[in-house]
Design a protein around this ligand. Structure first.
Ligand SMILES: *[C@@H]1O[C@H](CO)[C@@H](O)[C@H](O)[C@H]1NC(C)=O
Length: 226
């Protein structure tokens, strides 16, 4: 898996003139996420969790913005759980159980948007929305990966957490497939942005959990872009 991964990274570097090193690439991603396209402005203006029907690319942007704020509630709770354990307020076992439940809540939100997007097809795509979607997806995955990495580093991994986290990354892979199908032009930017992100955050304990996303990117980077 690791080998496949670095092949993607190398591919991306040549195909898209990505930044020279992984840390540069991630920094670039950070800069884009926090400044260029106003992810925060989009998400600030949305009510998380409200049901949406998807009729155009703007609806996809809104749905993802809502998802991103919703997921931040879960990652915030996960971070608090880790802090409570570190402060000795709860045992490691309690923290692991609470965390697994919170990850399941996050799965629920991810599944909802997958359901919403599954019904959509042949969307009219407005200029600029593809970049918005790209930045929201990268922000979402960066948030989840950073949170989960800290979580499993500090709390370790239990069977219940493994199952819940594998589900998260499986659903995220489905979400990526749906988005690529709905938005022509999303694919190259997505592969270029996610490969360095996964290279930076998806190693060690997370590697076996990320199989669905890494395999998807490997498949997409091959025939889809050749
Ligand atoms: C949770 O912690 C991770 C890792 O430190 C951080 O990247 C993420 O932004 C935090 N999320 C929230 C909502 O506090």
């Amino acid at each position: 898996m690791k080998a496949a991964f670095f092949t993607i990274a190398a591919f991306v570097t040549t195909a898209f003139a990505a930044p020279a090193s992984v840390s540069d690439a991630v920094k670039t991603v950070d800069d884009i996420v926090s400044t260029d396209l106003g992810v925060k402005q989009i998400t600030d203006s949305l009510t998380p969790g409200s049901k949406r029907s998807i009729a155009n690319s703007g609806d996809v942007v809104e749905a993802l913005g809502g998802l991103f704020s919703g997921v931040q509630t879960n990652t915030g709770a996960l971070n608090s759980t880790v802090v409570s354990f570190q402060n000795g307020k709860i045992s490691k076992k309690e923290a692991q159980t609470t965390a697994a439940r919170e990850v399941e809540n996050m799965n629920f939100k991810l599944s909802e948007i997958v359901t919403d997007l599954t019904g959509a097809a042949g969307l009219v795509v407005a200029k600029g929305d593809v970049d918005m979607v790209l930045n929201l997806v990268v922000a979402l995955l960066a948030e989840v990966l950073a949170t989960v990495k800290a979580l499993v580093t500090i709390l370790g991994i239990t069977p219940q957490l493994t199952i819940a986290l594998k589900a998260v990354f499986g659903i995220v892979a489905n979400l990526l497939v749906l988005l690529i199908g709905l938005l022509a032009g999303l694919l190259p930017g997505l592969v270029a942005a996610l490969s360095p992100l996964l290279a930076a955050l998806g190693n060690g304990l997370l590697a076996p959990l990320l199989t669905p996303i890494v395999a998807l990117l490997a498949a997409l980077a091959g025939p889809g872009l050749a």
